[in-house]
Design a protein around this ligand. Structure first.
Ligand SMILES: Nc1nc2c(ncn2[C@@H]2O[C@H](COP(=O)(O)O[C@H]3[C@@H](O)[C@H](n4cnc5c(=O)[nH]c(N)nc54)O[C@@H]3COP(=O)(O)O)[C@@H](O)[C@H]2O)c(=O)[nH]1
Length: 702
C-alpha cells in the first residue's frame, strides 16, 4: 500500500480557462489541513503542456472543455511522463457521461462543479495520486517479474531465516523445483551446491551476502545438484536485499549454468593437444610426454623408446577407396595400437598415416622390438570397413633414449630416420636407429630437392630400348626408360632416384612427364612415316594408385594424338597385387580405352599366373633373371620354358627381358617366345639413335 506522505506538499498543475473556476480551486486548495497543495495554474492547454515538459507534478486538474477524450489520450501519448501523472478532468454538471468516457481514455477521475470545495477536491486529489502510485508499482513489479522470467540467468531469493522467497523460471529449471513447491522451503533444500573436487557442501552464498552485507561470489568449481541428481557447473553472485531504510531483509542470488562453457573450454584445451580424427595425443602433447619421459629416465636410470610407425601404401587406400574409408582405417589402426599397449604408453598421431608410440617403461631394446612386433601383427590383421576388407602393414623405426639422442626432438627425428630405413628395406619391417642412417636421410633429402629441381629445369630425358619379334627380327616396340641428366653428376640411371621419387610422391609428376614425352615421341615417329611400333612406359605403384591416373593417360593420348593401341603400360606384379578389386577395375578402364597392359619382371615377385588371370593382361614380360639362367646347364631353361608355355596358353604375348647372348635368343626362339629385349639387340638409345635403328632395323643378330 502506497501512502501519500502527510507532511508533503503536493504539486498540482491546474489547466483551466475559466478564471472563476480557477480562482475557486486555488482558494479551496489553499486551505491547508494536513496536506498542503502548491497549485500552478495556466489558462491555455499549450501553456499546460509546456509546464509539464519543464516540471514534475503530482496531479493535473484539466478543464475538459480544452480537450476531448481522444485529445486526452493523445496528450498522454505525446509525453510518457504524463502517463504516470494522474489527471482529473473538470467537467460541467451536465457532462458526467462525457467525463466517464474521459476516465476510459486515461483520466484518473473527474470533478463536477459541486466537488470543488476543499474537502472534496483534496480527497479526490489524494485518492488519485495514491491509486496512480499503486498502479505504477504494480506495473513495475509486473515488468520485473516478466523480465526475471525471461532472462537466461537463474534468480533465487531468500529471507533472513534462509527460506526461499522467490525463484524465476531459469532457477526452476536448474534446481528442479517449481516456484510453488520452493516458496517457504529452506534454501539448503532447493539450492544444493557442492565443491566439485572435495564433494563437500559449499558455503551458502546468500547467508554470506547477508552476514557480510555485500555482494559475494561462489568459489570456483561449484556444482549445483538438480532435484533429479544431475549436476551443473555454476557461476553466481549473491547480494543482500535491503528495505526502504537500509536494513538487510534477505538476499538474492543470480547464477547460471557453466557446464556448456566448461565443456567447451575442456574441448578446446583437448583439441589443442589431440588429433581430431583419432582423438590420440598430437605432436604437441607427445613432445611434452617425451620431455616427461626424459626426466623420469634420469631419475630412474632407465631407457625409453620412441617408435615411429608409417603405414605402408596407405595412400593407395585413400586414393582407391576414398578419404572416408581412409579415415576409418586410421581410426581402426589407432584403436588396435591402443589395445596393444600399456596405459603408461603414449600413442600419438603425427598426421597422415604416421603414428608415434612412446614406451616409457622398457628395460632394453628387446622390449621395444617385441612391442613393435606385436603391434605389426595386430595392425596387419584384416579390417572390415563398410563393405571393404582391407589389409595393411606398417614400417617401424625405433630410437632409444639416451643412446640415440639426448632431447625429445633428436630421439623423435632418429625414430623417423629409422622408419625410412624400414620402408626402404621392404616395408612391414622394424629398424632400430643407427648413426649411419642419419647420413642416408640427409642424402635422401638432398636427392628429393634435386628431383624437384630436375622436374622444374627439365633435366629428365628418355632412352628407348627396342623390343624385337624373335620370329621375324623386326622391331615391334620400344620401352621408354628414364634418365636424369644431372648438371653435376652426369647421366643418372633410375636405380639411383626412382625409390626416392616414389617415397616422396614425386613419381606421380615424373611419371606423367615420362608418359607425355614417350607418347609425343612415338606420335612424332609415326608422322615421320617410320615403321609403326608400340611404346611401353613403366608405371610404378604410387603412380598407378593415384586416383587421377586413368584420366591422366586419357588426357596425354588426346594431347599427343597417339592411338591408345600404340601405348603399353608395364606394371609389376607387386602393383597388381596391392588391391586386386580396384586394380582390376582400373585395368579394365584402360583396356576399354584400347591401351595394352603388360606384366613386367614376371617371376621376380608373386608369380601367380592363376591370380593374374583375373586382370585383363596382354603381355607377359619374363624377368631377366630367368633368361640369365639359360645356357648354364641342362635344366636351366626349364622354368622359363614352363612360363612361356603357360603364357602362350593364356594368350599373352610373351616377351623375354635381358637377352644378352645368341644362345639365349636361340633357346627362346626354340621355345616359341614371341618377343625379346636385351643388349644383344640394342642398349637403350636416345631418341634420334633409336629413330635411326627404326629406319635400318636390327642387323646380324636375328
Ligand atoms: N616408374 C618408372 N620406372 C622406370 C622408368 N624407367 C625405368 N624405370 C625402372 O627402372 C628400372 C631400371 O631401368 P634401367 O636402368 O633403364 O634398366 C633397363 C634396361 O637398361 C635394363 N636392360 C635391358 N636389357 C638388358 C640386358 O640385356 N641386360 C641387363 N643387365 N639389363 C638390361 O633393364 C631395365 C629394363 O627393365 P624392365 O623395365 O624390367 O623392362 C626398370 O626396370 C624400370 O622398372 C620410368 O620411366 N618410370
Amino acid at each position: 500500500m502506497v501512502v501519500v506522505r502527510e507532511e508533503a506538499k503536493l504539486h498540482i498543475l491546474l489547466i483551466e480557462s475559466n478564471k472563476q473556476i480557477s480562482k475557486q480551486i486555488r482558494s479551496a486548495l489553499s486551505i491547508s489541513d494536513q496536506i498542503s497543495f502548491n497549485v500552478e495554474s495556466v489558462s491555455r492547454l499549450r501553456d499546460g503542456v509546456r509546464r509539464l515538459q519543464q516540471n514534475k507534478y503530482d496531479a493535473i486538474l484539466l478543464d475538459f472543455s480544452l480537450t476531448d477524450n481522444k485529445g486526452l489520450e493523445a496528450l498522454r501519448r505525446v509525453n510518457p511522463a504524463w502517463a504516470q501523472t494522474p489527471v482529473l478532468v473538470l467537467v460541467g454538471e451536465d457532462q458526467e457521461a462525457v467525463a466517464k468516457e474521459a476516465v476510459r481514455y486515461g483520466a484518473q477521475d473527474y470533478l463536477l462543479p459541486r466537488h470543488l470545495d476543499n474537502y472534496s477536491l483534496s480527497r479526490a486529489l489524494h485518492r488519485a495520486i495514491e491509486s496512480s502510485a499503486v498502479d505504477l508499482l504494480s506495473v513495475e513489479k509486473n515488468r520485473a517479474l516478466v523480465t526475471l522470467d525471461s532472462i537466461g540467468d537463474a534468480v533465487l531469493s531468500s529471507d533472513l531465516l534462509g527460506r526461499v522467497t522467490y525463484l524465476n523460471g531459469a532457477a526452476e529449471k536448474m534446481t528442479g523445483w517449481t516456484r510453488l513447491e520452493a516458496l517457504g522451503q529452506p534454501l539448503s533444500e532447493v539450492f544444493r551446491i557442492l565443491d566439485s573436487v572435495t564433494r563437500e557442501i559449499a558455503p551458502d552464498p546468500l547467508q554470506r551476502a547477508i552476514d557480510l552485507n555485500r555482494a559475494v561470489g561462489l568459489p570456483s568449481g561449484c556444482v549445483l545438484l538438480h532435484r533429479d541428481g544431475t549436476e551443473r557447473v555454476i557461476d553466481d553472485t549473491a547480494a543482500p536485499i535491503h528495505d526502504s531504510v537500509g536494513t538487510v531483509i534477505g538476499a538474492v542470488i543470480v547464477f547460471h549454468d557453466m557446464s556448456e562453457a566448461r565443456a567447451t573450454a575442456i574441448l578446446m584445451a583437448s583439441s589443442a593437444n589431440h588429433d581430431p580424427l583419432t582423438k590420440l595425443p598430437n605432436r604437441i602433447l607427445l613432445s611434452d610426454r617425451i620431455s616427461q619421459a626424459i626426466s623420469i629416465s634420469h631419475r630412474k636410470h632407465r631407457p625409453f623408446a620412441v617408435m615411429f610407425l608409417d603405414l605402408d601404401y596407405f595412400k593407395a587406400v585413400n586414393d582407391s577407396l576414398g578419404h572416408a574409408i581412409g579415415d576409418k582405417l586410421l581410426q581402426a589402426v589407432a584403436d588396435r595400437l591402443l589395445a596393444g599397449l600399456r596405459n603408461s604408453d603414449t600413442v600419438s598421431r603425427q598426421g597422415g598415416d604416421e603414428f608415434v608410440i612412446l614406451l616409457p617403461e622398457i628395460e632394453n631394446a628387446a622390449d621395444a622390438a617385441s612391442s613393435a612386433k606385436k603391434l605389426l601383427l595386430s595392425i596387419g590383421a584384416p579390417y572390415n570397413i563398410d563393405e571393404h576388407c582391407i589389409q595393411i602393414s606398417g614400417s617401424f623405426g625405433i630410437s632409444l633414449y639416451p643412446d640415440h639422442g639426448d632431447d625429445a626432438e633428436t630421439v623423435l627425428n632418429n625414430a623417423d630416420i629409422a622408419m625410412y630405413e624400414a620402408k626402404e628395406t621392404g616395408r612391414n619391417a622394424i629398424r632400430f636407429f643407427k648413426p649411419e642412417m642419419g647420413l642416408k636421410a640427409t642424402e635422401r633429402q638432398s636427392l628429393e630437392v634435386g628431383l624437384r629441381r630436375a622436374l622444374e629445369q627439365n633435366e629428365f630425358c628418355l632412352y628407348y630400348q627396342p623390343k624385337v619379334s624373335l620370329a621375324l627380327g623386326q622391331i615391334t616396340g620400344a620401352e621408354a626408360l628414364i634418365r636424369w641428366q644431372d648438371p653435376m653428376l652426369g647421366l643418372l640411371l633410375p636405380a639411383y632416384f626412382v625409390t626416392a621419387a616414389e617415397s616422396s610422391g614425386l613419381i606421380v609428376r615424373i611419371g606423367r612427364w615420362v608418359m607425355r614425352e614417350a607418347c609425343r615421341q612415338a606420335s612424332l615417329w609415326q608422322t615421320r612415316g617410320l615403321p609403326s611400333i608400340k611404346i611401353a612406359v613403366n608405371v610404378s605403384a604410387v603412380e598407378f594408385q593415384d586416383r587421377h591416373f586413368v584420366e591422366g593417360v586419357k588426357n596425354i593420348l588426346r594431347e599427343t594424338g597417339l592411338e591408345p593401341g600404340c601405348l603399353q603400360l608395364e606394371l609389376t606384379e607387386g602393383v597388381l597385387m596391392k588391391d586386386a578389386d580396384s586394380t582390376a577395375s582400373v585395368l579394365r578402364e584402360l583396356r576399354q580405352m584400347g591401351v595394352q597392359l603388360a606384366i613386367d619382371d614376371f617371376g621376380a615377385g608373386y608369380s601367380s599366373l592363376s591370380y593374374l588371370r583375373q586382370f585383363p593382361i596382354d603381355i607377359l614380360k619374363i624377368d631377366q633373371s630367368f633368361v640369365n639362367q639359360i645356357g648354364g646347364g641342362a635344366r636351366d631353361g626349364i622354368l622359363i620354358s614352363a612360363i612361356i608355355g603357360i603364357g602362350r596358353n593364356l594368350n599373352y604375348i610373351v616377351v623375354a627381358e635381358g637377352i644378352e647372348t645368341i644362345e639365349q635368343k636361340v633357346y627362346l626362339q626354340g621355345q616359341r617366345c614371341d618377343e625379346g629385349q636385351g643388349y644383344l639387340f640394342s642398349h637403350p638409345l636416345v631418341a634420334h639413335e633409336f629413330e635411326r635403328l627404326l629406319q635400318i632395323g636390327i642387323q646380324n643378330v636375328v
